[in-house]
Design a protein around this ligand. Sequence first.
Ligand SMILES: [Zn+2]
Length: 244
Amino acid sequence: MTLRLLAAAALVLGVVSCAGPSPTTGSGNSLRHDEWGHRPGPKGFDTVIIDAGHGGKDSGAAHHGLQEKDLALDTAKRLQRQLGGKVRTILMRGDDRFIELDDRVARASGKDGTILVSIHYNSSGSGVRGPETYYWRVDSHGLATRIQRSIASVSPSEAGNRGLERRRLRLTRNPDIPCVLVEIGYLSNASEARLCGDPAYRDKMAAALARAILDQKANGDAGTGPLPRPINAPPSRPTDAPGS
Ligand SMILES: [Zn+2]
């Protein structure tokens, strides 16, 4: 009991000392909110916000008869089903509607015990393929590592962890909760587009995402390697990075 109390106190102190400069946007006084995310990844969170990228007038990538917005929504719903009963889930959008990125950030921010996973499909030259996972915050590194490992193990076009990348995007930098953006595969690559267009493959990818999320919930960052260095970068703006 005493040890647990000490551990809890140390955790609180750690959060205080790592909180960095004061938030510039109103995230309140809660110790659990941290605009910068300079802290270890979460363990035991109770809610997952599943964000299907794009929607409505914004179709995202479109190749080989597939639209990113449709596949992202389908995968988000599959992930919600996979997580059913194991953790609370919220869909950022449950149908084909447009939501501004900044509105997605606002809806995710300020929520205790919550993480955000944004689901996308990628586009590039026809020779590029494989899943990729983006994170920015220190507290999102473990989750991103788990997600990339898990989906790479399902994808025939990539093995290992080379698709993990630290990138400052609006949905990786701006929410004040742990957040990860995953690109399931390249629709611009003919063979990967065939895979991504197959509901059975999307179901496997959703299951891989669910395993990674539940691993993070059970184990925190354990086994995901050293934390990346804290970076005090400003919020991402629409002019920063296209295509996300
Ligand atoms: Zn996208």
